[in-house]
Design a binder for this molecule. Structure first.
Ligand code: BG6
Length: 492
């Protein structure tokens, strides 16, 4: 790995994401010798820590760092610095700039810097503006990149405004909009499955595919994030970003090359081809729900409206399922289904490709049992790929049974599967934005979602259904999938 020397500046250094994901990711890169020769991390926050206090908190006492008894922690901690400031105070940025120049001089990081915004969304345009006002956006001596956490915008209008504000001071190639789903190995493998095998891609279109289903289920509820979640909901929290990104990879045309420009161009075209939902579509093809108090394995579980930080009369959805179409040559007429929710029976994310049945059924019981082949790409957990196909039951006649052919990542005992943040941070260090969302495609994804959110807000007659915690969402979600013997896949 060939990286430029550089500084990583983390805004929101005392936050949960820094301890849980960012510092462990950098530490793993350090252990694998993926960091450049000269490297520094500067945590920025309001707390009045000094370097030592921050090192203790972020490194030595960080329960998320997987230390395996090695002695590299001391050396690693020396790369970590802390800078206390008020991110809303313009004056403080001058001091930040001085501090960075001094660390740069000391560590020899060639004025290359990544600014990671792990802060509330209200600061996503404020911090970059202030950085620019003291010249920290300039690429005169080295390069500058800004990583922005999700959610990128609250709706189409705010996403556009945020893009506009960022582009006043930065070039698109300096802006890295993170979507951690794109850092997952299994998500990247969607591209390899499609474009490095000759057996899937010829079938990957309306002629052979009956429907595509994407599920992202979580068994947890909103935990301690009720305050944030109540202003967001499943559509903004999961669908607009993570799940549409998956759709982009599943549905895109083969890119000319596997680089950021070409892959992101193809993804954009998918988002631009999403058929806009009419008022009737929103009413008929989108189901939203909210979990209710229930008993799971003998334990009583709170309903969403009883959760801390949640309005007791909240109409925020904790579950959403939708059916939609991609109006282009490849996918004309193929329904796509997305389903995501909290407090469902299990944690699972998967993409399921349902192939069309044979035109003519030759064998006994074929229609009921296995009229369809299925390819299941398991994103998490039990990461892997499964193909379901019909096989003759041994014995008399031609009885057909559905069987599995599967590959599990856990079989790759010699391969290290990095955490999504590790991969994404390394890519940003190297200036590779392939796995980050581009501004135009974030806006295109919002264009599709925005009318649904508006209709929900403006039309109180669109129902929100309750579902008992621990079940697969509102009962009528099954009605979205039409056709004999057709249903959602219910993985266990
Ligand atoms: C986050 C959402 O982006 O993704 C959370 O804000 C959700 O609500 C999480 O739980 C799911 O991520 P993962 O990697 O556990 O599937």
């Amino acid at each position: 790995v060939n990286n430029d020397n550089q500084i990583l500046v983390i805004f929101g250094a005392s936050g949960d994401l820094t301890a849980r994901k960012l510092i462990p990711a950098i530490y793993n890169l350090y252990k694998k010798k993926y960091l450049p020769e000269k490297y520094a991390i500067v945590g920025v926050g309001r707390s009045a820590y000094d370097n030592d206090t921050f090192r203790k908190k972020a490194v030595f006492e960080n329960e998320h760092l997987k230390k395996n008894g090695d002695d590299s922690l001391d050396e690693f901690a020396q790369l970590v610095h802390y800078h206390s400031m008020d991110t809303s105070d313009a004056e403080d940025y001058k001091k930040l700039a001085e501090r960075l120049y001094s660390i740069d001089g000391y560590h020899g990081t060639n004025c290359n810097a990544i600014f990671y915004l792990s802060v509330p969304p209200s600061l996503y345009s404020v911090i970059p503006k202030h950085l620019a006002s003291v010249g920290l956006n300039k690429e005169t001596n080295g390069w500058t990149r800004v990583i922005i956490e999700k959610p990128f915008g609250y709706d189409l209008e705010s996403a556009r405004a945020l893009n506009k504000s960022l582009l006043e001071d930065y070039h698109e190639n300096q802006i890295y909009r993170i979507d951690h789903y794109l850092g997952k190995e299994t998500v990247q493998n969607l591209l390899v499955t499609r474009f490095s095998n000759s057996i899937f891609e010829p079938l990957w279109n309306r002629n052979y595919i009956h429907r595509v289903e994407i599920t992202s289920a979580e068994s947890v509820g909103v935990e301690k994030r009720g305050g944030y979640y109540d202003g967001s909901g499943a559509m903004r929290d999961m669908v607009q970003n993570h799940l549409l990104q998956l759709i982009g990879l599943v549905a895109m045309e083969p890119p000319v090359k596997s680089d950021a420009h070409n892959i992101r161009n193809e993804k954009l075209k998918v988002f631009q081809s999403l058929r806009p939902m009419t008022k009737d579509d929103i009413r008929n093809d989108v189901v939203r729900g909210q979990y209710l108090a229930s008993t799971i394995k003998g334990e009583s579980v709170k309903g969403y409206r009883e959760e801390e930080g949640v309005n007791p009369e909240s109409r925020t959805e904790t579950f959403v399922a939708l059916k939609f179409f991609i109006d282009n040559w490849r996918w004309a007429g193929v329904p796509f289904y997305i389903r995501s929710g909290k407090k469902l029976p299990t944690r699972v994310s998967e993409v399921v490709i349902h192939f069309k049945p044979n035109h003519h059924h030759l064998f006994m019981n074929q229609t009921e049992v296995n009229a369809q082949n299925m390819l299941v790409i398991r994103i998490q957990p039990d990461e892997g790929i499964l193909i379901k196909f019909g096989m003759k039951v041994p014995g008399a006649g031609f009885k057909v049974k559905n069987v599995n052919m599967d590959f599990q990542y856990s079989e790759l005992t010699d391969a290290y599967v990095p955490d999504a943040y590790e991969r994404l941070l390394l890519d940003c260090m190297q200036g590779d934005a392939t796995l980050y969302a581009r501004g135009d495609s974030v806006e295109a994804a919002w264009e599709f979602i925005d009318p649904i959110l508006k209709a929900w807000k403006e039309d109180p007659t669109i129902p929100i259904y309750g579902y008992p915690a621990g079940t697969w969402g509102p009962e009528n979600v099954d009605d979205l999938i039409e056709g004999k013997n057709m249903a959602w896949r219910y993985p266990c």
